[in-house]
Design a protein around this ligand. Structure first.
Ligand SMILES: Nc1nc2c(c(=O)[nH]1)N[C@H]1C(S)=C(S)[C@@H](COP(=O)(O)OP(=O)(O)OC[C@H]3O[C@@H](n4cnc5c(=O)[nH]c(N)nc54)[C@H](O)[C@@H]3O)O[C@H]1N2
Ligand SMILES: Nc1nc2c(c(=O)[nH]1)N[C@H]1C(S)=C(S)[C@@H](COP(=O)(O)OP(=O)(O)OC[C@H]3O[C@@H](n4cnc5c(=O)[nH]c(N)nc54)[C@H](O)[C@@H]3O)O[C@H]1N2
Ligand code: SF4
Ligand SMILES: [Mo]
Length: 885
């Protein structure tokens, strides 16, 4: 009998419930949990592919000290000793933890407790600094606490949903699907998307506002002013529950409609229509994500949005409110335990002597951090200039994800002692550490996570720990014990930690703090194991089903009122003659961050297999780069080389590059090496979406494409991008000079034995060259070279890895680079669940399919996880528009 375990998806902050099925032979498959209130059975492409990413390939299975396998005792003793030595010699602020919103709450709680209460420093920061810290700062300024007032259901109940700085269709796909379904059921519902690019999300929008980068503050100031001028203010709410309206009014009236037009670059009609819609629609939700947070004016953007909701009293009621969409699976849990350097624990404030005293009494700790610690970017500056002597990095990959990433790499290398806890042996960060600790990954670890709507769910283990891997909380507790704090860290299991965390949330709370899950402080291990998803708050003796905040005020400033925050439009154009473009960075549908997990799936890698730069056609023409050419992006910090993707969806003057690619998957596409370390003054969050860069074509002497059965080694090429493919690997290539001996190049790259002779084809005139190596009837590797970007059909070439090549004609067809007429090229994958390509969808539309549903019936595309439905619609619209011309 197959066993079924209910757990939670480890990717985005939607926090979907997953059922993992373990068959008798140990095979794992996953499906959406129909009972989970976040997804009701849905999963997106990444969630659906979870079973493909849990293999042991590349896993770190034993502690390693300077590359040597070590036992846990030796490794943990070493960490404790090096941290104790640094503290004894240089004080508690000479050590630091850099952790992650992908830790479970229990791991996070232990890390924070050790640093803030026992080491006595607040030098613990997290990748949530790069993600949510502007929202946290904005919430705290407005509400007096880091409270997300609403729930997902509000998006379905609203008559107007504004998505600003959010590519919901790709980054929170299941919320997007819930929204799309609600809009289909109630077509009167309006969706407004605010994003400089026309993303897939914009395809369901009634109105897309392609604002200039970082002009959000101006846009929402203009809205605030419009609400006042049009009597849309909820006077009672403002009078009873808020402070500071007059100051906010003064700041808004300083900016005229014409100035807003100029700053945002929007047509007046669009701006008027947006303002009219907002003023007229009571049930309005404004969702925002990284286009808002990741900005040097991120905190002000958050408050400019919240100001409009407070002014209209549209907060905490069904279908109304500002809504910060969290990115990581446990960004919220990290905030609850106080994992940011400027927070305490259980939403208490490090600046408050009373809160510090309360937490210290609860922990019975020898110390308590007296002031905020170093925020991520500053922390790595301190690592670089020698102030930090010992650093522990856990569940994050800063050499890829922090701005000025090469400086981060240099800082790690220069630090006297760096520990990395990860699930993989080789990441861009791991080789620079002194000590590697093997952690448990998804499916192996156990604990809780909190999603964007404050819902706490269990992640449960269903696979045995591989090798010597151990949970992150265990590693931390063992080090704490060895540092002399055994009693305070005597946790036997995650449920012990959760109890303590819940008890602290209720400790002397009396309704003064938003985060209270006291009802869970005494649950036993069995109840913890059986826990079903619940939303906070859940104070003792109060079984709540409705959990929205602030409909009737009761904010968390001492006077229980909210604050309007006066804001001003920032100067946002950073370009110059030397760096004339604005670089915007973000995500694609089927990769997760630094690709350590999603990069393992051939299915997910088929959607977009290469790093790219989205460029407007006129910009591309001006700099002289053609479609599928290569483009070099440069800032004073560094350079990257990626494929050009020329599209009208991009605004002029802007270039979008995904954040995912790293040195494991491409020669030079780690885009954070180009991103300047500029941060928001309140939150310290990096401005990863507005970086001044130069862009130019990279002319190659030869372009190439290759497939190979085994992973290519030692890639000698000016440009390469590697991706997992069915039956092997695919490789995009470019060379700055023609290689003398291509056959030799193939042998060393693909590990082809000398006795295997290539089958080849060369055309001196065109410069085309093709080489294929077979072992019996199997293809080992094939290389296609040309003077222009290679035009061979990628999915067909990949399918040759699994094909039988006993027939000589098939081998010749391969080196000819031509699929047979019976096998048309499906084109780039759109639907990763059923491997349906763009050419197949175009053919179906030409054959009469006019809707996403009709394409689904014909090809199955879009009928499983639904993540590609927006793209299918885009293809249908494109074909129909082309036919009408
Ligand atoms: N597929 C996938 N999904 C993910 C993740 C992933 O790695 N892959 N990561 C998760 C995480 S941790 C996060 S934080 C979320 C992020 O989710 P999102 O914030 O939705 O994703 P991003 O692509 O970073 O950025 C969103 C949009 O902001 C726009 N933008 C840029 N500048 C501006 C501006 O000045 N104003 C406005 N209004 N918009 C602007 C960008 O063009 C981009 O389309 O995604 C989560 N979900
Ligand atoms: N330019 C640019 N940069 C960005 C962004 C952007 O939009 N643009 N977005 C930023 C945002 S919002 C985020 S959230 C960050 C994300 O950036 P990172 O946190 O650096 O990205 P991940 O790839 O998720 O890194 C997670 C690491 O933890 C490991 N891991 C996985 N599971 C476990 C586990 O259970 N335990 C341990 N110990 N390790 C584990 C993985 O192998 C991987 O190495 O990137 C930020 N950087
Ligand atoms: S939307 Fe996708 S990635 Fe996010 S939690 Fe759900 S299944 Fe996972
Ligand atoms: Mo994030």
């Amino acid at each position: 009998m197959a066993e079924e375990i209910k757990t939670t998806c480890p990717y985005c902050g939607v926090g979907c419930g997953v059922i993992a099925k373990i068959a008798d032979d140990g095979n794992v498959s996953v499906m959406g949990d129909p009972d989970h209130p976040a997804n009701f059975g849905r999963l997106c492409s990444k969630g659906s592919a979870l079973a493909e990413t849990i293999d042991l390939d590349g896993r770190l299975l034993h502690p390693e000290i300077a590359g040597r396998r070590a036992g846990w005792d030796e490794a943990l003793d070493l960490v404790a000793q090096r941290f104790l030595d640094a503290i004894a010699e240089h004080g508690p602020d000479s050590v630091a933890f850099y952790v992650s919103g992908q830790l479970l709450t229990e791991d996070y709680y232990v890390a924070n407790k050790l640093m803030k209460g026992f080491i006595g420093s607040a030098n613990i920061d997290t990748n949530s600094r790069l993600c949510m810290s502007s929202s946290v700062a904005g919430h705290r300024r407005a509400f007096g606490a880091d409270t997300v007032p609403g729930t997902y259901e509000d998006l379905e109940l609203a008559d107007l949903v504004i998505l600003t700085g959010s590519n919901l269709a790709w980054c929170h796909p299941v919320i997007y699907q819930r929204l799309a379904a609600a809009k289909a059921a109630r077509p009167g519902m309006k969706v407004v998307v605010i994003d400089p690019r026309r993303t897939m999300t914009a395809d369901i929008a009634d109105l897309h506002l392609a604002i200039r980068p970082d002009s959000d503050v101006a846009l929402f100031l203009g809205l605030f002013e419009h609400l006042i001028a049009n009597n849309a203010i909820d006077q009672n709410y403002v009078a009873e529950h808020t402070n500071g309206f007059a100051e906010a009014f003064a700041s808004a009236s300083g900016v005229s409609f014409n100035e807003v037009l100029e700053l945002t670059g929007l047509p007046a009609m669009q701006l008027r229509e947006f303002y009219r819609l907002f003023a007229a629609t009571e049930k309005a939700v404004t969702c925002y994500s990284q286009g808002v947070n990741q900005s040097s004016s991120g905190t002000d953007k958050v408050n400019a949005i919240i100001n409009c909701h407070l002014a209209t009293g549209r907060i905490g009621k069904p279908g109304m409110g500002p809504f910060s969409l969290t990115g990581q699976p446990n960004a919220m849990g990290g905030r609850e335990v106080g994992g940011l350097a400027n927070m305490l624990a259980a939403h208490m404030a490090i600046e408050s002597a009373q809160d510090r005293d309360r937490v210290q009494r609860f922990w019975q700790s020898p110390a308590i951090a007296e002031r905020p610690g170093l925020k991520a970017v500053d922390m790595f500056k301190a690592v670089g200039d020698g102030r930090i002597k010992a650093l522990w990095i856990m569940a994050t990959n800063p050499v890829v994800s922090l701005p000025d990433a090469d400086a981060v790499k240099a800082a790690i290398r220069a630090c006297p002692f760096v520990v990395v806890s990860d699930i993989l042996k080789t990441t861009d960060t791991a080789p620079h550490a002194h000590l590697l600790l093997p952690s448990l990954g998804w499916g192996e670890k156990s604990g809780t996570v909190t999603n964007s709507e404050r819902r706490i769910s269990r992640q449960r283990s269903f696979i045995d720990a591989p090798g010597d891997a151990r949970a992150d909380w265990w590693q931390l507790a063992e080090v704490a014990r060895r540092m002399g704090f055994a009693d305070a860290f005597a946790f036997a299991s995650p449920s012990d930690i959760f109890n303590e965390h819940a008890a602290l949330s209720a400790f002397e709370n009396r309704g003064n703090r938003d985060f209270d899950i006291g009802a869970y402080a005494r649950i036993d291990k069995a109840a913890y194991d059986a826990m079903t998803p619940f939303q906070w708050p859940q104070p003792v003796g109060d079984d709540r089903t409705v959990t929205r905040f602030f409909a009737k005020g009761s904010f968390f400033h001492p006077d229980r009122k909210a604050r309007f925050v006066p804001v001003e439009p920032p100067a946002s154009d950073r370009t110059s003659a030397d760096y004339p473009f604005t670089l915007n960075t973000g995500r694609i549908r089927d990769q997760w961050h630094t690709m350590t997990r999603t990069g393992k799936s051939a299915r997910l890698s088929a959607h977009i297999a290469e790093p790219f730069a989205e460029l407007h056609p006129r910009d591309a023409m001006e700099i002289g780069v053609g479609n599928a050419g290569l483009v070099e992006i440069e800032s004073p910090q560094g350079k990257a080389v990626v494929r050009a993707l020329i599209t009208e969806r991009q605004a002029r003057g802007s270039i979008f590059v995904p954040m995912h690619w790293n040195d494991q998957f491409a020669a030079k596409a780690r885009i954070d090496a180009v991103v300047a370390p500029l941060t928001d003054p309140f939150s310290g969050q990096p401005a990863s979406k507005n970086v001044a860069v130069a862009a130019r074509p990279l002319k190659a002497a030869r372009y190439g494409f290759a497939v190979s059965a085994s992973k290519p080694q030692s890639l000698a090429a000016a440009y390469w991008a590697l991706a997992k493919a069915d039956g092997g690997w695919r490789l995009e290539l470019a060379f700055d000079h023609a290689v003398e001996d291509w056959c030799g190049w193939c042998r060393s790259t693909f590990g082809i034995p000398a006795e295997i002779e290539p089958l080849g084809y060369a055309d001196r005139q065109s410069g085309d060259l093709r080489l294929a190596f077979f072992n019996g009837t199997r293809l080992l590797a094939a290389l296609f070279l040309a003077r222009e970007p290679v035009a061979v059909a990628r999915s067909w070439a990949i399918s040759q890895l699994a094909a039988d090549h006993g027939d000589l004609r098939k081998r010749f067809a391969l080196v000819a680079g031509r699929p047979g007429a019976d096998k048309p090229d499906p084109g780039a994958t759109v639907c990763s669940c059923f491997a349906v390509g763009v050419n197949q969808i175009v053919a179906a539309v030409r054959g009469g399919c006019r809707s996403v549903e009709a394409v689904g019936k014909e090809l199955n595309a879009g009928t499983n996880c639904g993540s590609c439905r927006a793209e299918i619609k885009g293809i249908i619209d494109g074909c129909l528009a082309a036919a009408a011309e």
